[in-house]
Ligand binder design. Structure first.
Ligand code: NAD
Length: 262
């Protein structure tokens, strides 16, 4: 008979510190809430200084330690500074969620180089910079941490009829960066995985998918015929952040109601 593991304990994030970029609102804030409920200290880092402070206060009211920082993921010295602040406040980082991202919809022939570069610098270079300095911190402190990247189903398929080539390309690159980081940092016990959400019901996207909305007809393309709820990402984030996924690295997990199946 095998030893009886405490599976509840494996999902616990008690005593851990998690940094979530773009955590002031939307999916990042929801993931931060899930990690906080499982016991993690939370650092939210976002370009929106006011909103990130409000979000951190909300998380702190749940009874966990929380800090909101203004940080632009595209600015290397701001990233380094924020990670130093996390270390000073809470010690070594255990979990990093690279969530900050933007979408920009325009036909390729009409896309300016400036718009292309801006999207790439946030969605891809930002993930590189935050991962680089987080992994350095984890290696220095001997932490076998977990890095979770927000990719998208759009890194695997082309959404029809949306013209969002830069976004799709950036998310495909995040999936490959996830695998590359996982390979390089496996020797330190640092795991790197990605979540690939489908259409999620956020405050901003939700109304477009309601009857009469511009994207309502797209529900037909989703085998489950509905949008995902932000809270449906929380469980996956907790699993990836915790010991419960200790042998999983380099994976990209779709959470898309079956959209990428055909
Ligand atoms: N909403 C969806 O349906 C969906 C689907 C698939 C993937 N995603 C991905 O999930 C992530 C979050 O999406 P969301 O819908 O919650 O977006 P959102 O726009 O609601 O939130 C993004 C947050 O990132 C912050 N941010 C933007 N640029 C930043 C920068 N340079 N540095 C730091 N923070 C910055 C914003 O201020 C904002 O708080 C993104 O990476 C997105 O591509 C979203």
């Amino acid at each position: 008979m095998s030893t009886c593991f405490n599976y509840k304990e494996m999902f616990s994030l008690d005593g851990k510190t998690a940094l979530i970029t773009g955590g002031a609102r939307g999916l990042g804030k929801e993931i931060a809430t899930a990690l906080a409920q499982m016991g993690s200290r939370i650092v939210l880092a976002d370009v929106d200084a006011k909103l990130v402070e409000e979000a951190a206060s909300e998380i702190a009211s749940m009874g966990v330690k929380a800090l909101g920082l203004r940080m632009d993921v595209t600015n290397e010295s701001e990233v380094q500074h924020a990670i130093r602040q996390c270390e000073e406040m809470f010690g070594a980082l255990d979990v990093v969620v690279n969530n900050a991202g933007i979408v920009d919809r325009v036909g390729i022939e009409d896309m300016s180089l400036e718009r292309w570069n801006r999207l790439m610098s946030i969605n891809l270079t930002g993930v590189f910079l935050v991962s680089k300095h987080s992994a350095r911190s984890m290696i220095t402190h001997g932490v076998s941490g977990s890095i979770i990247n927000m990719a998208s189903m759009s890194g695997m398929i082309v959404n029809v009829p949306m013209e969002q080539a830069a976004y799709n390309t950036s998310k495909a690159a995040v999936i490959m960066l996830t695998k590359s980081c996982a390979m390089e940092w496996a020797e330190y016990g640092i795991r790197v995985n990605a979540i690939a959400p489908g259409y999620m019901k956020t405050d901003m996207t939700g109304p477009d998918f309601e009857p009469g909305g511009v994207y309502h007809h797209l529900l037909e393309q989703i085998p489950m015929r509905r949008l995902g709820l932000p809270r449906e990402l929380g469980g996956l984030a907790v699993w990836l952040a915790s010991e419960a996924s200790s042998y999983v690295t380099g994976a990209t997990i779709p959470i898309d109601g079956g959209y990428t199946l055909p």
